[in-house]
Design a protein around this ligand. Structure first.
Ligand SMILES: Nc1ncnc2c1ncn2[C@@H]1O[C@H](COP(=O)(O)OP(=O)(O)OP(=O)(O)O)[C@@H](O)[C@H]1O
Ligand SMILES: [Mg+2]
Length: 462
């Protein structure tokens, strides 16, 4: 360090300024451990006035049971590193450091610096609390989070409540976007297992062997890349809680056999192990496929199908409960207002009419997306969602579009041209109907994705 030359007056003045200005408390005791000097920050942090502390013992300002850093310095003659202390009367938590004061080789006292960490501690506590809430939020949908008042949704709501009360396996069936995950969450949250884990597994997202080791875990050395010490499977993670097997129709016959065993025996065997581990897990499975059909086609085990569908719950598609749309729209407006910091107050009757005459192939998720998108594109001064904010929703008119293309074509045209025109119009309407989802459009049209891309390019559909 560079040595700066001060005359002694300057030096003293500067020290004093530091002493007065610092936000950390400074206290000095003499060799007997009695306070002889404190700075203004000391009073702010401890709550003790200057005149009240001078002459008082080093233990005066700390809570009972805490060890005084001053006394430690005086007895060991060595500095004390960061020590957490609780002060009184303020009750604040500080980190203290202290060092001996030696004059001409003789111990004359101790100086301590106290740094207030109460705010940091408060913030950490709050952060922990928020994290806990967030963990709960990831699965805890309250029954009132299920929006809708139609007869159909009320029936589902009743079944969900019943299912929550018993440990039986539940099979949720419904088209994509009908709320299967929401209902699975809701069953768990209303059940006696709600304080334990809710573990979701997307069976469609993993390859067969990965899914197996994810579900059941594995023992050390069971395959290349296996972790040392093995790994717990999701069934073990969900012990005493709930496992949600989403897209159950996608699991292989091999994994189906293993799953059936778990349901029957209530125990799992890790991959590469021969030890049975008992598990107590409630299973909720979901599918948007027709499982009975998969059984007939030999793609799904009949015995597993019956095991899973002890309590089947069918979630009706949105087009069969369009009376729920106004309430759903209202709740999505509130949600997106919150998320995007907007202040949308309503939707116009015309716009609501448009929404209520749509087919909703993507169900509630599609509705949620449309409202979200409308809000994003609305000007900041617009308060009401109008038809102009909605995308073209012409799904009900797919058939008409086709007919009209042919019928309104007055000119006599080659058959090829009429066919091309019709094909192009039909592809476009199906494409819009499925919310510009190419995979689903191709599936609906019964053509390959490649062929769809080719045709879209040919007809300039984007
Ligand atoms: N009745 C409802 N009330 C409120 N929100 C709903 C309702 N049904 C569905 N949603 C919302 O719609 C979206 C889609 O729901 P969810 O993911 O549960 O559908 P899903 O049936 O699992 O669909 P997929 O088969 O495509 O996975 C979610 O954001 C969900 O919160
Ligand atoms: Mg889902």
């Amino acid at each position: 360090m560079q040595k700066i030359n001060f005359n002694s007056m300057d030096y003293q003045g500067m020290l004093e300024a530091v002493f007065l200005a610092t936000q950390d408390a400074i206290s000095v005791v003499d060799e007997k451990g009695e306070h002889i000097l404190v700075n203004p920050a000391y009073t702010k942090i401890t709550g003790i006035e200057h005149d009240d502390i001078i002459g008082k013992n080093a233990l005066y300002d700390i809570e009972d049971g805490e060890e005084s850093v001053h006394m430690k310095v005086l007895s060991t003659k060595k500095p004390v590193e960061n020590t957490k202390l609780k002060l009184r009367p303020s009750g604040k938590t500080v980190v203290a450091q202290a060092a001996p004061i030696n004059v001409n080789g003789k111990l004359k006292g101790s100086v301590a610096v106290l740094h207030d960490i109460s705010t940091i501690k408060d913030l950490t506590d709050k952060l922990e609390e928020a994290e806990k809430k967030l963990r709960e939020l990831t699965y805890k949908y309250k029954p009132e989070d299920i929006i809708g008042n139609s007869k159909a949704i009320n029936q589902v709501r009743n079944l969900i409540e019943k299912a929550a009360k018993v440990p039986a396996t539940v099979l949720l069936r419904g088209e994509s976007g009908t709320g299967k995950e929401l209902f699975a969450n809701s069953i768990h949250a209303q059940s006696s297992r709600s304080h334990k884990n809710f573990v979701r597994v997307n069976c469609a997202a993993l390859t067969d062997s990965l899914l197996e080791s994810e579900l059941f875990g594995y023992d050390e050395g069971s395959f290349t890349g296996a972790l040392k010490g093995g790994k717990k499977g999701l069934f073990e993670e969900a012990d005493k809680g709930t496992i949600f097997l989403d897209e159950i129709s996608e699991i292989s016959l091999n994994t189906q056999a293993k799953l059936l065993r778990v349901l029957q025996e209530k125990e799992i065997m890790r991959v590469g192990s021969n030890k049975n581990i008992p598990v107590d897990v409630r299973v909720i499975a979901a599918t948007n496929a027709d499982l009975a059909k998969s059984v007939r086609e030999g793609k799904f085990r009949e015995d597993l199908f019956y095991r899973l569908s002890i309590l089947p719950i069918n979630i009706p598609p949105l087009r069969e409960r369009i009376e729920d749309i106004p309430l759903l729209v209202k709740s999505f407006i509130a949600k997106f207002n919150d998320e995007y910091g907007r202040n949308i107050v309503d939707i116009s009757n015309d716009a609501l009419d448009v929404l209520m005459s749509h087919e909703w192939p993507g169900n509630v998720r599609e509705l949620e997306n449309i409202i979200g998108r409308a809000i994003i594109y609305m000007n900041i001064n617009e308060r009401v969602i109008r038809t102009t904010h909605l995308p073209q929703l012409n799904s009900n008119k797919v058939q008409n579009t086709v007919k009209s293309t042919v019928l309104t074509d007055d000119d006599v045209s080659t058959l090829d041209r009429v066919l091309s025109k019709t094909e192009s119009a039909y592809i476009e309407s199906v494409y819009l109907k499925f919310d510009k989802n190419k995979t689903r459009t191709a599936k609906e049209l019964g053509i390959s994705l490649r062929s769809l891309y080719y045709k879209m390019e040919k007809y300039g559909i984007f």
